[in-house]
Design a binder for this molecule. Structure first.
Ligand SMILES: [Zn+2]
Ligand SMILES: [Zn+2]
Length: 319
């Protein structure tokens, strides 16, 4: 890849439908936030005008946000140099899975569908989406439970205020292994689908994004990393993770620890006993407990702190 393309990549991210901060998703989040403001729900203070409500200075000019803006560039460069080529390579897993299953069983496409109907492709897309969402949940769950993974995941939780860019506040090690895990599981599922039903079954894509994910991003995804409270009715919150539920995941309050690991679906948390459904608005403080967020107060510290902490853990064990 040309050097210029690599350097320009961070500026292209807001125009890529595969990125969570695609301008269309941001616009839809602003639209939903405006509706929340107009219809008087949520946590807005009455004396604020719409602009102050949408973009409060105390959030967007907070030192934690400033660090996040700076961190966006190096993490995007990491993504384009290391992650994008790896995920393209991982696409081969589908074919390998299909071929291996065919060789083992000696049968090609036992339930072959030569001309798939729309509903069959929709089901297939949902099946892959379900697998990917579970892999996402599991990786996130383990990131909180396994000390080494937690040291890297702390980067995301060190945000003291959350904005749509917080999704890019992820350590390269976590971004790399997390993405590889989720993509591998999804592509493996695609391979199983190819084996069972033949290669005509296709995932439904909108601008290269699977349609269920596109809808999920469009339905206010970016509010989850924002100061704007949007909770779903109780029963929906057991099935889909609301923006408020992810904000609770970022809360420093002990009763909120290790809750709501889900990405799209809430019922993984329900099954694993980690679901937290707020019954009313809760004022939240974000970050790590005991002021630990301070250890991640600059771009170099975001990169280095997990390694320092892991080294500390190792030296404590060996003493
Ligand atoms: Zn987390
Ligand atoms: Zn988050």
């Amino acid at each position: 890849m040309e050097k210029l393309n690599i350097i320009l990549y961070p500026f292209q991210v807001p125009f890529l439908a595969s990125s969570q901060i695609y301008w269309v998703y941001i616009l839809s989040a602003i639209f939903i936030a405006t509706l929340i403001y107009v219809f008087g729900r949520g946590n807005q203070e009455r004396d604020k005008n719409l602009l102050q409500y949408l973009l409060p200075k105390e959030v967007y000019l907070h030192r934690s946000s400033i660090t996040q803006y700076k961190y966006f560039f190096p993490i995007c460069l990491f993504e384009i140099i290391f992650l994008v080529p790896t995920t393209i390579y991982l696409a081969n897993i589908a074919e390998i899975t299909d071929k291996t299953l065919t060789e083992i069983t000696g049968i090609t496409a036992p339930f072959a569908i030569t001309i798939p109907q729309l509903w069959q492709n929709i089901l297939f897309t949902f099946f892959i989406g379900l697998l990917a969402d579970f892999a996402n949940f599991l990786y996130h769950y383990l990131s909180h439970k396994i000390p080494v993974l937690w040291e890297f995941h702390k980067v995301h939780h060190s945000a003291e205020v959350i904005t749509p860019l917080t999704v890019y506040r992820t350590h390269p090690v976590e971004l790399f292994f997390g993405t590889i895990t989720i993509v591998s599981v999804a592509v493996f599922g695609t391979g199983i689908g190819m084996y069972l039903f033949g290669t005509e079954m296709k995932q439904l894509l909108i601008y290269g994004v699977s349609f269920e994910r596109f809808i999920f991003y469009l339905a206010g995804y970016n509010l989850r990393h924002s100061h704007i409270w949007l909770a779903y009715p109780q029963w929906i919150s057991h099935v889909l993770i609301s923006p408020a539920q992810h904000q609770i995941h970022h809360s420093v309050e002990p009763k909120h620890y290790d809750k709501n690991f889900g990405y799209i679906l809430g019922f993984w948390d329900w099954m694993f006993g980690s679901l937290y459904v707020p019954t009313s608005y809760e004022k939240l403080n974000f970050g790590l407990a005991d002021g630990e967020s301070n250890l991640f107060n600059s771009v170099p510290n975001i990169f280095l702190q997990p390694f320092r902490a892991i080294w500390q853990r190792i030296s404590q064990i060996s003493v």
